[in-house]
Design a binder for this molecule. Structure first.
Ligand code: ADP
Ligand code: MG
Length: 348
C-alpha cells in the first residue's frame, strides 16, 4: 500500500506525535509498504512531478523527534514558516490524496479534535481512526463528561469554567485542566484556594474553557479499545507525583504494568466501561480510555478517551497489543484494516 503517515502539527503534543509518526512509518515500511512521513504543518516542500514518485523515495524521518522535558515552544515552530496561519503545510493534501490511506499519528489540538478529520473528509482522503464527530466529542473533556453522565458512565464530579464564570472554590483537592488539553499540559492538582487560583490561571493561559474536577485518590488504569473490543488493561504507577508530562515521556519515570495486576473482576469492569465510552462518544476504530479506581470505595470512574493515543513503539496501546500477541508492525496494519470499515458506508 501507499501510506502517508501524518504527524507533528501545532499542538502541545507535537514532539510526541513526531515520535509516534516515525515509529509507525518505519514499522509499516519494514512490512513492505511505500511510506511517506509528513509533518502536517511543514508539509513537503521539495519539488516533484508525480505524487506516486514521492512515496517511492521512502522518506521516513523528520528532525526533532526527541521528546523534551516540557511541551514544545509552538510560537518558535510557527515562526519557522512564512504562512503559519495555514495549518496544513504545502502538498500535504495532494500527497494524502495520492496515498491509499493516511495514518494519523497526530496527537492533541487540531490533529485530534476533528478539524483535520473534517478537512480530510471533504478532500476525499481516507485516514485512520475516528471521524470528525467522535474526535471532537472526545477532545472536549467537558462535553465528554456530559455524555458520560447521560450514558450512566461514572466520572468524577466536575464543572467547566471560563474567566467570565464565578470561580467559587470547589472542595479540595481538585484537579484543574484545559478542556481540550492532552499529555497533562497545564493540568494541576490544587490543595487550597491559593493553589486553585494559580492552577486556573495556568489552564486559562492555554484555553478559555477549563474543567475543574474532584480529585480521585486511587489506582490509575488505561484501557485500549480496538474495533469495539477492549484490549488488556494497563496500570500506571508514576514513581513520584501524578501522571504529568514528565512522568508520561521521560524513560523510567513511570511503571506501566500490563496486564494490570488488579484481578479478573476489576479488569472486566474497566474493559466494559472502556467499551461503553467508545459508544457514548461515537469513537471509531480505536482509542484509549483513562480511568481511576478508588479502591477504598471500590469505585471506578472515567477521566477521558484519547482518539489518537500515543503510538511510539513503547506507548501504551502497543504494549496492550503485545500482551495480545500482536507486534508493533502488525498493530499499525490492524489500525489501517479496521479503519477501512469506516469507508464501507458509501454515504461517508
Ligand atoms: N479527577 C482526577 N483525580 C485524580 N487525578 C486526576 C484527575 N484528573 C486527572 N488526573 C491526573 O492527571 C492526568 C491527566 O488527566 P487526563 O484527564 O487523563 O487528561 P490528559 O491525559 O488529556 O492530559 C491523569 O492521568 C491523572 O494522573
Ligand atoms: Mg489522559
Amino acid at each position: 500500500m501507499k501510506i502517508a503517515v501524518l504527524c507533528g502539527g501545532l499542538s502541545s503534543e507535537r514532539d510526541v506525535s513526531i515520535s509516534s509518526g516515525t515509529g509507525v512509518a518505519k514499522a509499516l515500511a519494514a512490512r513492505g509498504h511505500q511510506v511517506l512521513l509528513l509533518d502536517s504543518f511543514f508539509g513537503f516542500a521539495k519539488p516533484f512531478d508525480d505524487p506516486a514518485e514521492v512515496f517511492q523515495r521512502g522518506e521516513l524521518t523528520l528532525g526533532g523527534a526527541a521528546i523534551g522535558q516540557d511541551s514544545p515552544d509552538l510560537a518558535a515552530v510557527r515562526a519557522m514558516r512564512a504562512d503559519p496561519d495555514q495549518a496544513i503545510g504545502p502538498n500535504v493534501l495532494t500527497l494524502c490524496r495520492a496515498a491509499d490511506v493516511t495514518f494519523l499519528a497526530m496527537h492533541g489540538g487540531d490533529g485530534e479534535n476533528g478539524r483535520l478529520q473534517a478537512v480530510l473528509d471533504v478532500h476525499g482522503v481516507r485516514y485512520t481512526g475516528s471521524g470528525y464527530l467522535g474526535s471532537a466529542l472526545a477532545m472536549h473533556k467537558g462535553v465528554s463528561k456530559a455524555l458520560f453522565l447521560q450514558a450512566g458512565i461514572p466520572t468524577p464530579a466536575g464543572r467547566v469554567l471560563t474567566r467570565a464564570d464565578k470561580a467559587e472554590a470547589p472542595g479540595f483537592p481538585c484537579v484543574v485542566k484545559p478542556c481540550s488539553g492532552g499529555s497533562s499540559v497545564a493540568t494541576l492538582i490544587a490543595h487550597d484556594a491559593a493553589e486553585y487560583a494559580v492552577a486556573l490561571e495556568a489552564a486559562w493561559a492555554v484555553e478559555e474553557e477549563v474543567l475543574v474536577e474532584s480529585f480521585v485518590r486511587g489506582r490509575e488504569l488505561t484501557v485500549g479499545v480496538m474495533d469495539g473490543k477492549a484490549m488488556p488493561v494497563i496500570e500506571i504507577i508514576p514513581k513520584s507525583g501524578f501522571y504529568d508530562y514528565k512522568n508520561k515521556y521521560q524513560a523510567g519515570a513511570t511503571v506501566e504494568l500490563c496486564p494490570a495486576p488488579i484481578g479478573d473482576a476489576a479488569t472486566a469492569r474497566a474493559q466494559e466501561l472502556a467499551e461503553r465510552v467508545t459508544r457514548a462518544l461515537h469513537i471509531d476504530v480505536y482509542c484509549r480510555v483513562d480511568l481511576l479506581w478508588d479502591t477504598e470505595r471500590d469505585e471506578m470512574s472515567v477521566l477521558e478517551a484519547n482518539t489518537l493515543p500515543g503510538m511510539t513503539p513503547t506507548s501504551l496501546i502497543p504494549q496492550m497489543a503485545a500482551a495480545q500477541g500482536m507486534d508493533y508492525g502488525a498493530l499499525c496494519e490492524k489500525i489501517i484494516e479496521v479503519s477501512e470499515k469506516k469507508y464501507e458506508n458509501a454515504d461517508r
